[in-house]
Design a protein around this ligand. Structure first.
Ligand SMILES: *[C@@H]1O[C@H](CO)[C@@H](O)[C@H](O)[C@H]1NC(C)=O
Ligand SMILES: *[C@@H]1O[C@H](CO)[C@@H](O)[C@H](O)[C@H]1NC(C)=O
Ligand SMILES: *[C@@H]1O[C@H](CO)[C@@H](O)[C@H](O)[C@H]1NC(C)=O
Length: 265
């Protein structure tokens, strides 16, 4: 009896120590995200069924190099090195609306513009500006519609991207959109339309070859590929969640008339 108890104590004391530890391997295996298959389908297919390609102009050599550095820094979740990307000295508070009850940013901290020298601020501002033009005005730059994007880093594909969310605050409507989204929705001039809402997510990516692309996602499509389909759907909001595509690194905010600013997580 006494010796059995002793054996039990010894086993219990030893059990927490793994018999064959594998911590070294864990470091080399990239973390997987539900959206890995979705990103592979985007970057490997010329015309994926669930996305429409928005043509991007060829960037200048210097801009391409900065984007490549930016991809690496984002993948290492490190946006301030090896080049400094952001200009801390010019941080500013994002505007609030409806007697300060509507705060569009993720927190009350200052948002930080990019350093003018790396031209990334201009690059992302241009993306924001080309989206409404490309969709023939179905989306506009405004605090009710397109004003932000989420920067993510996907380690298994070494892809970095931004999920732009448009149609953020459609007006409440008892028939078509009976949802109260809080103070930021008040006075919204965005009329809910399911055929626009389902295409409200725009995804920019820079892949492992530093190739950039921009896509308008149709969330209402079913592809038959489970890895892709689990990212789609979600009516009537049709939100493509950046956290399903990778580590969420920062938010980008852009309202016409203001410089684009970054809010790090
Ligand atoms: C980004 O990282 C990869 C892999 O570590 C490296 O080969 C490449 O040179 C880096 N690119 C830049 C622009 O630093
Ligand atoms: C960011 O990169 C710099 C330079 O490579 C390094 O010194 C620093 O430790 C890195 N920070 C993080 C959080 O990885
Ligand atoms: C909708 O509201 C935004 C923000 O107040 C404004 O900038 C925009 O001009 C309005 N759009 C229309 C079509 O009235």
């Amino acid at each position: 009896m006494h010796s059995l108890f002793l054996v039990f104590v010894l086993v219990a004391a030893v059990t927490p120590i793994p018999l064959s530890p594998t911590p070294a391997k864990a470091h080399t295996v990239a973390q997987s995200f539900p959206g890995d298959g979705f990103l592979c389908a985007l970057t490997e297919s010329y015309a994926p069924k669930f996305a429409q390609s928005i043509p991007l102009a060829e960037s200048a050599t210097a801009a391409r190099r900065n984007l490549a550095l930016f991809r690496n820094a984002t993948l290492s979740l490190n946006l301030t090195h090896p080049v400094r990307f952001l200009d801390d000295s010019r941080g500013f508070l994002y505007p609030v609306f409806d007697q300060k009850r509507c705060q569009l940013g993720k927190d009350a901290n200052k948002i930080i513009p990019f350093l003018p020298s790396n031209t990334l601020g201009t690059y992302f501002e241009n993306l924001f500006q080309m989206i409404p033009t490309w969709v023939n005005g179905e989306i506009s730059l405004s605090r009710f519609d397109l004003f932000h994007g989420h920067l993510f880093a996907n380690p298994s594909t070494n892809t970095v991207g931004v999920v732009f969310h448009s149609q953020e605050y459609p007006a409440e409507n008892s028939d078509t959109f009976p949802f109260n989204l809080g103070f930021c929705q008040r006075n919204s001039n965005v009329t809910f339309a399911d055929d626009v809402m389902r295409k409200r997510n725009i995804v920019w990516t820079i892949d492992s070859n530093d190739h950039t692309s921009l896509w308008r996602i149709n969330m209402a499509i079913r592809t038959g590929d489970n890895a892709v389909d689990e990212i789609l759907g979600g009516e009537p909001f049709y939100t493509l969640y950046e956290g399903s595509l990778g580590h969420v690194v920062a938010d980008l905010y852009y309202l016409n008339g203001l410089e684009l600013g970054v809010s790090l997580y």
